[in-house]
Write a protein that binds this ligand. Structure first.
Ligand code: IPD
Length: 271
C-alpha cells in the first residue's frame, strides 16, 4: 500500500500537469484547430494540440518523476522502474475540441499493477481530470477522496433506475456503433434519460459529482477511464465489468452507485 505522503505527492503532480496541459490546449483552441491525422476511422481524429499536449505532459512528468512509466493515447510509452505508470489522455473529447464544444479534458492517472481491478491490469492511485473550458479540476487519490475545484464530491446514492440520468458514449467505427446502438436500445426505455457528452473522462467525473447517476460504454481505452474511474470510486461510485468475474475495461464499463450500477448491468447483459 502506498503511503499517504506519496499519494498526496502523486495527486498534486497530476493536478499541476493537467493544469499546464489544459492551459496549452485552451490557448491552441483559440487560434483554431485542424485535423492532423486519423486512427480507427476517418472520424477518430488527432489534432496537433493532442500531440503537443501529450509531449508537454510527458516532459513535465519526466522532469518530476523520471523512474515512472508512461502509457499515453498518442503513443508515448515507457516502462517504469518505480512501479508507477502514468496513463495519459492529452485531450479526451477530441471531437468536442474540434467543434469547440465544452466537454473536453486532459486526463492523467498514476497507476500501479493490479491484475484483478481493471482489464488492463492496472489501477489508479492518484488522478486529475481538467476541463479548461469549464475550468473544472477533478482530483482524487486512493483512500483520500475526490474533489471538484477543491470541494469534496459524492456520487448520487441509489437513484431508482427509472429516474436515473445515464451517460454513455460511442466509438468511431460502424461496427462498434451498431453494437452500441443495440445496447442503448436495452437501456433507453428504462431510465429517465440518456446523455452523450463526448468525453468518457468527463462522464466519469460527472458520475463522481452526482451530475449524472451512471455511465456505461463498451470500447473505451485505459486512458479514457483510468483517471475518471478513480475520481468516481473515491466519490462513492462503483465500477463494474460484465460479470462478478470479469473486471471493467475496454469490453464493458459501468460506473454508478452500487445498486444502480448492478441494475444497469443486468439490463445490458440481459440477465
Ligand atoms: C473518446 C471519448 C468519447 C468516447 C469514445 C472515446 P477521444 O475519446 O472519450 O466520449 O465515447 O469511446 O474514444 O477520442 O476523444 O480521446
Amino acid at each position: 500500500m502506498l503511503t499517504r505522503e506519496l499519494l498526496t505527492l502523486l495527486r498534486s503532480t497530476a493536478e499541476e500537469v493537467v493544469r499546464e496541459a489544459g492551459t496549452l490546449i485552451h490557448h491552441r483552441r483559440a487560434s483554431g484547430v485542424r485535423v492532423d491525422d486519423t486512427k480507427s476511422s476517418v472520424n477518430d481524429i488527432v489534432t496537433p494540440a493532442d500531440r503537443e499536449a501529450e509531449a508537454l505532459i510527458v516532459d513535465l512528468l519526466t522532469a518530476r518523476r523520471p523512474s515512472d512509466g508512461i502509457v499515453a493515447e498518442e503513443g508515448h510509452a515507457r516502462t517504469p522502474s518505480s512501479g508507477i505508470t502514468w496513463v495519459i489522455d492529452p485531450i479526451d473529447g477530441t471531437v468536442n475540441y474540434l467543434y469547440n464544444l465544452p466537454a473536453f479534458c486532459v486526463s492523467i492517472a498514476a497507476t500501479v499493477e493490479d491484475p484483478d481491478r481493471y482489464a488492463d491490469g492496472r489501477r489508479a492511485v492518484a488522478a486529475a481530470v481538467f476541463n479548461p473550458r469549464t475550468n473544472e479540476m477533478f482530483v482524487a487519490a486512493e483512500r483520500l477522496g475526490a474533489t471538484r475545484n477543491g470541494e469534496p464530491i459524492r456520487a448520487s446514492v441509489d437513484v431508482p433506475l427509472g429516474q436515473s440520468l445515464v451517460a454513455t458514449g460511442f466509438g468511431y467505427t460502424r461496427e462498434r456503433r451498431l453494437a452500441q446502438h443495440e445496447l442503448l436500445g436495452r437501456v433507453i426505455g428504462e431510465v429517465r434519460d440518456i446523455r452523450r457528452f463526448g468525453s468518457a473522462a468527463y462522464d466519469l467525473c460527472l458520475v463522481a459529482a452526482g451530475r449524472v447517476d451512471a455511465y456505461f460504454e463498451v470500447g473505451i481505452q485505459p486512458w479514457d477511464w483510468a483517471a475518471g474511474a478513480l475520481v468516481a470510486t473515491e466519490a462513492g461510485a462503483v465500477t463494474l465489468g460484465p460479470s462478478e468475474h470479469v473486471p471493467p475495461g475496454s469490453d464493458f464499463f459501468i460506473a454508478g452507485s452500487p445498486g444502480l450500477a448492478h441494475q444497469l448491468r443486468d439490463l445490458l447483459v440481459g440477465s
